[in-house]
Design a protein around this ligand. Structure first.
Ligand SMILES: Cc1cc2nc3c(=O)[nH]c(=O)nc-3n(C[C@H](O)[C@H](O)[C@H](O)COP(=O)(O)OP(=O)(O)OC[C@H]3O[C@@H](n4cnc5c(N)ncnc54)[C@H](O)[C@@H]3O)c2cc1C
Ligand code: HEM
Length: 394
């Protein structure tokens, strides 16, 4: 909780800081990467940096955290902190790195706001930063303890499956032959690859196999850049990685996990490559003998573009009460529907918990329809395959 004096100062300066936060984070990253180039080369996602999306996520989360401290001083925004901490833990972020971020963030604030940053203002925002940083460090410490390790481990590719022209699945086994910790359906791993220019870049991939398997499976869609550059890591994995090659993987992290009993009705809605966590969830539900109805919804460009379609169908069929609704923009077959996902006629049971994964516009639409159909907003969970620009609203 903020001290009373800091709360008054943060309240008075939040509009000015909020208005300048885009510029502050711009300068912050410029300073950080000038002082520590290895952080951009080997830790931060340089595609997101170039596209500017990660900057918005960081700025949004600090402003949202400050707002939350003022409006609800008695509670912590746990969902937001968990999402960030899981991402950080998958990247191996250390407590010492918070000092480095602090140094460059506060230098950037002073640079942008100039004389408005009196000692009181600096002290109040320092308090906000460290409240957030300590909360994140505490969750990250717990995650590292649960995982038994921090950082990356070598995994050998034991199988490569071409799912669609743009999607490949890799099955990976720990190169040291040792056991791997089981994951919870819906979690992801960070994958670190060495690129031709010497950089080591990290991306997250949801685990698309069944929990309990001895191999890790990830299913990767190649990102075509169009006018922008092609995605670095996904194209590297597609073009260069074959059985026998070694990738570096973090432990499993991520807070979009199934957390309900066997009698909770579920709705799993995905679009495109957002199918990956849903496959692990369906496999987990089938293995656990989930009794309640499960509504499976998926949208894709065509059946041929629908990665892991066979797994989607086979795992759903193992559930006693599943209804499956596939939507394709073209080439829809009997039993599937033409067009974008449309929940008209799709069963949504009372007390449903929903898990969504796909592009943001898809998730916004599905979420709005589910709320109209009576699903409690708190029962709608989602995963974003990029910096989470919804976080600030969490
Ligand atoms: C929790 C989580 C789970 C995920 N699970 C999966 C999964 O199961 N399967 C999957 O395929 N993906 C998944 N992703 C997405 C994955 O992590 C990567 O983001 C994706 O593979 C793209 O990475 P890339 O390196 O190929 O693209 P990047 O190089 O990171 O590029 C990303 C975007 O930035 C653009 N860009 C790059 N440089 C510039 C520039 N100079 N100017 C403007 N734009 C630029 C690119 O065109 C591209 O659109 C997941 C992400 C998260 C966060
Ligand atoms: C209080 C301090 C911090 C805040 C508020 C913060 C906030 C965030 C947020 C909101 C995200 C995006 C999460 C998502 O959408 O999934 C993120 C990702 C990330 N953070 Fe932090 N962070 C902090 C400290 C740090 C530190 C100390 C480091 C290490 C130097 C770090 C490295 C990263 C990296 C590498 C990513 C992923 C970047 C990407 O994929 O583009 N962060 N952080």
């Amino acid at each position: 909780m903020l001290t009373e004096q800091s709360a008054a100062t943060v309240r008075a300066t939040l509009p000015a800081v909020g208005a300048a936060i885009g510029e502050i984070t711009e300068r912050f990253y410029a300073r950080l990467f000038a002082a520590r180039p290895a952080l951009l080369r080997d830790l931060f996602n340089r595609g997101n940096q170039a596209a500017g999306t990660q900057k918005q996520a960081l700025a949004g989360s600090i402003a949202a955290f400050a707002g939350h401290l003022l409006d609800h001083p008695e509670q912590r925004p746990d969902a937001m902190l968990a999402r960030i901490a899981h991402k950080h833990a998958s990247l191996g972020v250390t407590p010492g790195q918070y000092e480095i971020v602090h140094e460059h963030l506060f230098a950037a604030i002073a640079e942008v706001l100039g004389e408005a940053v009196t000692p009181e203002v600096a002290a109040a925002w320092d308090e906000v930063y460290w409240l957030m940083a300590h909360a994140l460090v505490a969750v990250e410490k717990r995650l590292y303890e649960e995982s038994g390790a921090r950082g990356f481990r070598e995994f050998e590719v034991v199988e490569r499956v071409e799912e669609t022209p743009d999607v490949v699945t890799f099955a990976l086994r720990a190169a040291d032959g040792g056991p791997v910790r089981d994951f919870r359906a819906g979690q992801y791993v960070s994958v670190r690859v060495g690129l031709p220019d010497g950089a080591r870049q990290i991306r997250q991939y949801s685990l698309s196999g069944a929990p309990g398997e001895t191999v890790r499976r990830i299913t990767v869609k190649r990102v075509h850049g169009g006018a922008a550059p092609d995605g670095e890591v996904s194209n590297h994995l597609h073009a260069r990685v074959r059985p026998g090659d070694v990738l570096q993987l973090s432990g499993p992290y991520g807070d979009l996990v199934l957390d309900c009993g066997p009698d909770t009705p579920l709705l799993l809605a995905s679009a495109g490559i957002g199918v990956t966590p849903m496959i692990a969830m369906l496999a987990g539900l089938a293995a656990d003998g989930h009794r309640a109805p499960v509504t499976v919804v998926h949208g894709d460009r065509s059946p041929a573009d629908h990665a892991l379609r066979a797994d989607h169908t086979v795992y759903a069929a193992k559930l006693p009460e599943a209804s499956v609704h596939f939507f394709y923009e073209r080439d829809a077959e009997p039993g599937t529907r033409t067009g974008l996902v449309d929940l008209t006629g799709v069963p949504v049971r009372p007390g449903t918990r929903a898990y969504l994964c796909g592009p943001l516009p898809f998730m916004r639409t599905v979420r709005a329809r589910l709320v109209e159909r009576g699903v409690a907003p708190a029962d709608i969970r989602y995963e974003v395959f990029g910096p989470d620009l919804w976080l600030a609203q969490a």
